[in-house]
Write a protein that binds this ligand. Structure first.
Ligand SMILES: NC(=O)NC(NC(N)=O)C(=O)[O-]
Ligand SMILES: [Zn+2]
Ligand SMILES: [Zn+2]
Length: 477
């Protein structure tokens, strides 16, 4: 029974998707996914014969890949307050066009930062009727609330999916950095909620131990100058400090039930070894890396091209290869975009000053084709993509009904063609704001998103979005 629905580009509530390449936790199958009322009713292997189903509406995608929608646990949507940088509408349109069906918004770069219940309410107001995919929120752990269990509980009771903190200056005034004792306090509160703490793990070291960059001596337009300011030892030292605290997350530990997640790991050497050690001894710890660390290497970043500035920095080509190895071997658990845009003026593209430019890579719409295009030469599989981009992120964020094409789950699905190639040029429509600052502009990618379903609604198809933004805010309870 067709019904007109502004939320979806198909007028059906009950329908069936068929494909020869459906990515399920049991492997890739040829078959069908039956959808009803926003949920996956069943996943059927083999030839699908319609008729037994009352709607009879079948969408056959042929050889195209049908995969769980991506869950991006790390993006900065910057609203309210910085809507010229990004926003809920533009960001979630980009997400839908890129096959991302759930985003978790970072607590900083919007004004105010999401460090209080009032600030979360402002986020929810800004998101209302403006989101094309589902959006959850991380709250901020900052010195002001870290020792105030009542404040933290308020934020967690209001529904943030977990907390996020920085161990170095974040560049945002109302988001100061935390030290290990703040983090320890945070974990103890989070334990009762069984929600994670996400940490930007870099610490500033005294100039003795880092190669100092002297004003005027080093060329600020050279990427190698920027690299010297954020050596791997900054990640290493932060992770060493964190491992003193993650002891408490072990079974029987005083913060059992809490979990620590290291965001955007760049150093694939000692930092990664430390994380492996912590995992082996039973700490509750996971780590993500981002497509830009897997796609690019420091050697190829040209002078003045500040589109590539991010923290921690993109390191050498060998480091990149080792990140891929770690990902494939399961030592890196998942991927996230760390979409952290700004306005072109703050990227200082004319001056090309790596020391003064805003740090952050703009990438949201491209992460699926980027991971696939750059990962192919490392032999990655569709099932690995689904693990890194859907299954593990869902578990981190506590999204029990998301992350896999499994009956009973939300019908969050991306349909894409891995062989379809395109160039990110002027003819390619980007939906996020300020696409000119993206490090991926000009790149040739393969893997075109054909259709995106969020809780059964077809929200994106062939370059068009549904009329209404019917994504849901996700609040923990
Ligand atoms: N204020 C930021 O958004 N910072 C971000 N910037 C990066 N990654 O360069 C981040 O996630 O650390
Ligand atoms: Zn960060
Ligand atoms: Zn970030």
């Amino acid at each position: 029974k067709p019904s007109y629905n502004l939320c979806s580009m198909i007028p059906y509530d009950t329908y069936t998707i068929t494909s020869k390449n459906i990515v399920t936790p049991q492997g890739i199958i040829s078959g069908a996914v039956e959808v009803k009322g926003g949920y996956i009713l069943s996943v059927i292997k083999g030839n699908y014969s319609s008729g037994k189903d009352s709607s009879g509406f079948v969408i056959d995608y042929g050889d195209a890949v049908v995969m769980p929608g991506l869950i991006d646990v790390h993006s900065h949507l910057d609203e309210p307050g910085k809507s010229e940088w990004e926003g809920f509408e533009s960001g979630t349109k980009a997400a839908a066009a890129g096959g991302i069906t759930t985003l978790i918004d970072m607590p900083l770069n919007s004004v105010p930062s999401t460090v209080s219940v009032d600030a979360l309410r402002l986020k929810l107001d800004a998101a209302e009727e403006n989101i094309y995919v589902d959006v959850g929120f991380w709250g901020g752990l900052v010195p002001e609330n870290a020792f105030d269990a009542t404040a933290l509980k308020g934020l967690l009771d209001a529904g943030v999916l977990g907390l996020k903190s920085f161990m170095c200056p974040s560049g945002i005034d109302d988001f100061p950095m935390t030290n290990a004792s703040h983090i320890k306090e945070g974990l103890h509160v989070l334990a009762k909620y069984r929600r994670p703490l996400l940490v930007h793990a870099e610490v500033q070291l005294d100039s003795e131990s880092t190669e100092s960059v002297k004003d005027g001596v080093d060329d600020a337009r050279s990427y190698s100058t920027y690299l010297k300011t954020r050596p791997p030892s900054m990640e290493e030292a932060a992770i060493r400090e964190l491992l003193e605290v993650t002891k408490d997350t072990r079974a029987g530990g005083s913060a059992q039930g809490s979990h620590l997640h290291i965001v955007h790991l760049s150093d694939s050497r000692v930092s990664l070894d430390l994380i492996k050690t912590a995992k082996n001894r039973g700490d509750s710890i996971t780590v993500e890396t981002c497509p830009h660390y897997l796609a690019f290497s420091a050697e190829e970043i040209t002078d003045g091209d500040t589109r590539f500035k991010c923290a921690p920095p993109i390191r050498d080509a060998e480091n990149k290869d080792q990140l891929w190895d770690a990902l494939r071997d399961g030592h890196i658990d998942m991927l996230s975009s760390d979409h952290s845009p700004t306005v072109p003026a703050l990227k200082l593209l004319d001056e090309g000053d790596f020391l003064k430019a805003w740090g952050g890579i703009s990438s949201l719409q491209y992460v699926l084709p980027v991971t696939w295009s750059y990962g192919r030469k490392y032999g990655i599989s569709l099932n690995q993509l689904a693990t890194w981009w859907s299954d593990r992120p869902a578990k981190l964020a506590g999204l029990h009904l998301k992350g896999g094409i499994v009956s009973g789950n939300h019908a969050d699905i991306v349909v894409w063609d891995p062989e379809n190639e395109f160039v990110l040029d002027k003819n390619h429509t980007a939906y996020h704001k300020n696409p000119s600052i993206s490090a991926y502009i000009g790149k040739r990618l393969s893997g075109k998103v054909l259709a995106t379903y969020v809780r059964g609604n077809l929200v994106y198809k062939d370059g068009k979005h549904a009329h209404a933004a019917c994504g849901a805010p996700i609040l923990a309870n």
